[in-house]
Write a protein that binds this ligand. Structure first.
Ligand code: GLN
Length: 534
């Protein structure tokens, strides 16, 4: 069978959940035993989101091979239950970068380099390259942004050409739109969908299937109307209604035969899908018997997307522990006094301090670590959270007054966190951190080893700073245990203490490897311990 290409576009407004829709379709097709992969196109000019502020972009997801990617890649991995690579995220920046490099090498043989065909050819080759990396049956490419955006045009033109190149059997266009319910008129309005499909058709793309986001189910008449005006068969007007649990979306699409329709359009013969495990997860997620409240203490809390994978990892772990997850958001930049802080945190079952960059909110995080340590509240520190844990221990247990990270205070007397040696000469900011999968050796008889039940683990990283080797001895002497290190023993990857129900920090990001069907062990134990009231 030739590789089949599915393109997913979005219309009307952004934030309709195209990433989740794409992931859901990926999961459904995979459940038929097909080899499926997912890809995101981001039409911005940045080479990757690694240099963007989380308020611009939300979380930066990191792949095993160390690419800093769009957060949709996180959804893709969680739904597919597979690790992806850097080939799964393309940006305008990357496309122009390689075209300009080719031009400098003289590869265009004297031609004028143009958007069509050179940029579009580059886009097509990046999409097809992904198909060839592992001879996939289906490649699903999500085009970021909304149809009509100027920067998305070359990508839409490229995928238009792909149908011309490969034929109808091997290409499929799915368009996600919004069908708003107008309360005053008590009606769904189909006009925005009609307009966005018209926009797509003006570019030369006739969608094969429409996914309509709506608050509740559309009626037969509304579907007929959309079908007629958008030139899509009525059975291909699919309802993507709002649900409480995003992991239910594949089941809702399956219920409407979307998967079977895709297979038939693409001429794929397949047996019955296996969705049992997924169905069970969703069932468990919807009716937990316990409740657990976790305080997430960070500085980007107005934009929850900045902590997407952490929220999902907590959710997976809560479901696995038969608990409903409640989140309490603490802005670490707004912590005034310890009493108020104590009052807010007293009701939380567990405390999580996530990663971050720059000094805003750091002193608040350090106060929170102290509270969790002293009050024996289950605590998980991630990346900067772990660094704050080390700073707090140095200041309050080891008597190193003013201990800090050189990221925040260059002239501290106790630089317990300092730049990684390899980082000192680096000038460029983009793609230069310690990134991706690195092995970590676990010490025997530690909390870390009890959690993972292994001696060697691989987790994903994204940092420039580390525990300063000069202070390891002093910290260890006073009881801080570095229970995970790089295999050569030089980099401290996990810190913990005894005499506490659960107090652990990781230099890596365990949230990136958590999946609904395979929660990350650290998150699982964190929730488990948080459920045990003390
Ligand atoms: N700013 C810290 C560093 O670069 C922590 C990074 C993070 O939390 N991802 O090491």
């Amino acid at each position: 069978m030739n590789t089949k290409y599915i393109f997913i576009t979005g219309g009307v407004v952004s934030s309709l959940g195209k990433g989740v829709a794409t992931s859901s379709i990926g999961l459904l097709l995979k459940s038929y035993g097909l080899k499926v992969t997912l890809q995101k196109i981001d039409p911005y000019i940045n080479v990757d989101p690694g240099t963007m502020n989380p308020y611009q972009h939300g979380e930066v997801f990191v792949t095993t091979d160390g690419a800093e990617c769009d957060l949709d890649l996180g959804h893709y991995e969680r739904f597919l239950n597979e690790a992806l690579t850097r080939d799964s995220n393309i940006t305008t920046g990357q496309i122009y970068y390689s075209v300009i490099e080719k031009e400098r090498r003289g590869e265009y043989l004297g031609k004028t380099v143009q958007v069509v065909p050179h940029i579009t050819d580059e886009i097509k080759s990046k999409i097809m390259k992904l198909a060839n990396t592992d001879s996939f049956d289906v490649v699903i490419t999500e085009i970021g942004g909304t149809v009509g955006d100027i920067e998305g045009q070359p990508f839409l033109e490229a995928v238009r050409q792909m149908r011309l190149d490969l034929g109808k059997q091997d290409t499929l266009y799915i368009h996600l739109t919004l069908v708003p319910f107008i309360k005053a008129a008590r009606e769904f309005k189909t006009k925005p969908t009609q307009h966005s499909v018209r926009e797509l058709r003006a570019i030369g793309i006739q969608p094969d299937i429409l996914l309509c986001r709506s608050d509740s189910w559309l009626t037969g008449d509304e579907r007929k109307k959309i079908s007629l005006f958008c030139n899509v068969p009525v059975e291909a007007v699919i309802d993507a209604i709002d649900v409480e649990c995003i992991y239910e979306i594949p089941l809702i699409l399956h219920q409407q035969n979307l998967d079977k329709m895709i297979l038939s359009y693409l001429g794929i013969e397949a047996k019955e899908p296996d969705l049992e495990e997924w169905r069970l997860f969703v069932e468990n997620a919807k009716s937990p018997t316990k409740t657990v409240e976790i305080a997430i203490c960070g500085k980007y809390i107005e934009l929850r997307d900045a902590y997407k994978s952490i929220m999902e990892a907590l959710y997976h772990a809560a479901v696995a522990n038969d608990a409903r997850l409640k989140l309490k958001w603490i802005d670490t930049d707004r912590i005034e006094d310890d009493i108020k802080l104590g009052n807010t945190l007293a009701y939380a079952d567990g405390i999580l301090v996530p990663g971050g960059f720059g000094m805003r909110g750091v002193e608040g995080k350090i106060k929170i670590v102290k509270y969790a340590r002293e009050m024996k509240k289950p605590f998980l520190g991630i990346c900067l959270g772990m660094q704050c844990q080390v700073i707090e221990y140095a200041r309050n247990i080891c008597g190193m007054q003013g201990a800090n990270s050189t990221e925040f205070d260059d002239s501290t007397a106790y630089p317990v966190i300092d730049l990684l040696p390899g980082q000192k000469r680096i000038k460029n900011k983009g793609g230069t951190m310690r990134l991706g999968d690195w092995p970590c050796r676990l010490e025997t008889k530690t909390l870390a080893q009890r959690i993972y039940r292994k001696d060697l683990i691989h987790e994903r990283h994204r940092h420039r700073y580390e525990v300063n080797p000069k202070y390891i001895k002093a910290l260890t002497k006073k009881g801080l245990i570095f229970s995970g290190t790089s295999p050569n023993g030089k980099l401290m990857e996990i810190a913990e203490i005894t005499d506490h129900p659960f107090f652990i920090g990781t230099q890596f990001h365990p949230e990136f490897t958590s999946r609904p069907l395979a929660p990350n062990p650290i998150f699982y134990q964190f929730i488990k311990k948080s459920l045990k009231k003390i």
